[in-house]
Design a protein around this ligand. Structure first.
Ligand code: NZQ
Ligand code: ZN
Length: 389
């Protein structure tokens, strides 16, 4: 196991009715609040009114309309409001896109220059200051409620890039599974695929992390067990609660502690979202089995056989490569059970015309070609993308 540092200073309020704690928890940070939300689901569900009621002693400014795959143009609007109104704290109410957008705003307020330059320069010029963020999670997927990452898209340059910093960790996360009862089945499926992917990205990593690998398997089994149930019974509290807690723990630093990570499927998917504005979890489900077959080798075989046996209950007596393939097939069958499209064609992506540029961008801007568990060349990435067509 490699050395690591671990700190998780997020005050989580998990469960039914936990919104009642929000006002007191936010109070130390100030009364000027920027309420950030997406395309309107929180108004339809009534959560918007509840939040306004709970925060009636605060002065609330609003930024609605955050897009799935949030745009830097929306981040810029938020920065302007924060500076003009002297915002003390951001309250993100929504899924990962809303929380990520809020994080980028919170940091860009202190950046001298354009918000997109902050994103581009964040590798060389670390983000170390941001306004405080509180999050009310409405969709179990990204884990943004409990991690220090945000992913922002620039539709002019066709780029989608992450920023990362402990300064971006929400101070407060309200996680009431009932707020996810209204998530449509397709988003429940995509979110579940995302949670699963966050674990697979680190599970397929270096050896000697026995404890975290077993935790990874438990979280993966939780998703496999509860995602179909949440789709069939959208108001099944236990299913929604387990998915919600799994989303946080999949990516909050626990499961990747002490090991090399991969993240190749995410880097490839972010290129797909950047070019074609697809749903993140759907892109991951399409890419992952192709990536798995590409990286399966003597070096990675033990991880794949453990995955097949411990997550999917495949027959351990099979020959190792056959067993590994059974595990990949079980994963594909699970995605199909969730009715996730399994080819790019189903998303109207029919040609490979952008694949070379996408692969080059992934290699130039991420660790995919160097520090991933199985580094990939641009040619290999193009090959994986072609398999996805
Ligand atoms: O925008 P509204 O109207 O709120 O509707 C949203 C949106 O259309 C809807 N929704 C959310 N909660 C709902 C609901 N509809 C009904 N009832 C509810 N309770 O669902 C749609 C998708 O929402 P979005 O926030 O885009 O989904 P998700 O949480 O999957 O976030 C995706 C974004 O997060 C990034 C992705 O790349 C993508 O941009 N990621 C962020 C990460 C992080 N911060 O660590 C890691 C991930 O790997 C990921 O890259
Ligand atoms: Zn993800």
């Amino acid at each position: 196991m490699q050395n690591f540092s671990f700190s998780l200073p997020v005050q989580v309020f998990f469960g039914k009715g936990q919104l009642k704690h929000l006002s007191a928890a936010m109070e130390p940070y100030g009364k000027n609040v920027l309420l950030v939300y997406g395309g309107g689901s929180i108004k339809r569900t009534g959560l918007y009114d509840k939040v306004k009621d709970v925060l009636k002693d605060c002065t609330i400014f609003e930024l609605g309309g955050v897009e799935p795959n949030p745009r830097v143009s929306t981040v810029r609007k938020g920065v302007e409001i924060c500076r003009k109104e002297g915002i003390d704290i951001l309250l993100a109410v929504g899924g990962g896109s809303t929380i990520d957008c809020s994080k980028a705003i919170a940091a860009a307020v202190f950046y001298e220059g354009d918000a997109w330059d902050m994103v581009l320069n964040s590798r060389s010029k670390a983000i170390n200051k941001a306004l405080p963020i509180a999050a009310i999670l409405t969709l179990a997927a990204t884990g943004s409620e409990m991690d220090g990452a945000a992913v922002i898209s620039n539709d002019e340059t066709k780029e989608k890039l992450s920023i990362m910093s402990p300064a971006l960790l929400p101070k407060i996360a309200v996680m009431d599974p009932e707020n996810t009862f209204t998530v449509p089945a397709s988003q429940t499926a995509a979110g579940s695929a995302d949670i699963l992917s966050h674990i697979m990205e680190v599970y397929f990593g270096a050896e000697d992390t026995y404890m975290t690998d077993r935790i990874c398997e438990a979280i993966m089994k939780t998703v496999v067990h509860y995602a179909p149930l949440a789709m069939k019974e959208p108001d099944n509290y236990e299913a929604r609660a387990n998915l919600m807690w799994a989303s946080s723990w999949a990516i909050n630093g626990l499961t990747n502690a002490g090991k090399a990570h991969d993240w190749s499927c995410h880097y490839i998917e972010h290129e797909l979202s950047a070019y074609y504005d697809i749903t993140h979890g759907v892109g991951l489900a399409i890419v992952t089995p192709r990536w798995m077959r590409h990286v399966l080798s003597d070096r990675t075989l033990d991880k794949f056989t453990a995955f097949a046996v411990n997550v999917w209950g495949c027959d351990a007596s099979l020959a190792p490569y056959e067993l590994a393939e059974k595990g990949i097939e079980a994963l594909e069958a699970f995605y199909k059970e969730l009715a996730i499209p399994m080819t790019l064609k189903e998303l109207n992506i029919t040609t490979d015309e952008n694949f070379a540029a996408m692969a080059k961008h992934a290699v130039d801007f991420t660790g995919i070609g160097s520090i991933s568990y199985v580094p990939l060349t641009t040619a290999e990435i193009v090959g994986i993308l072609k398999q996805c067509l």
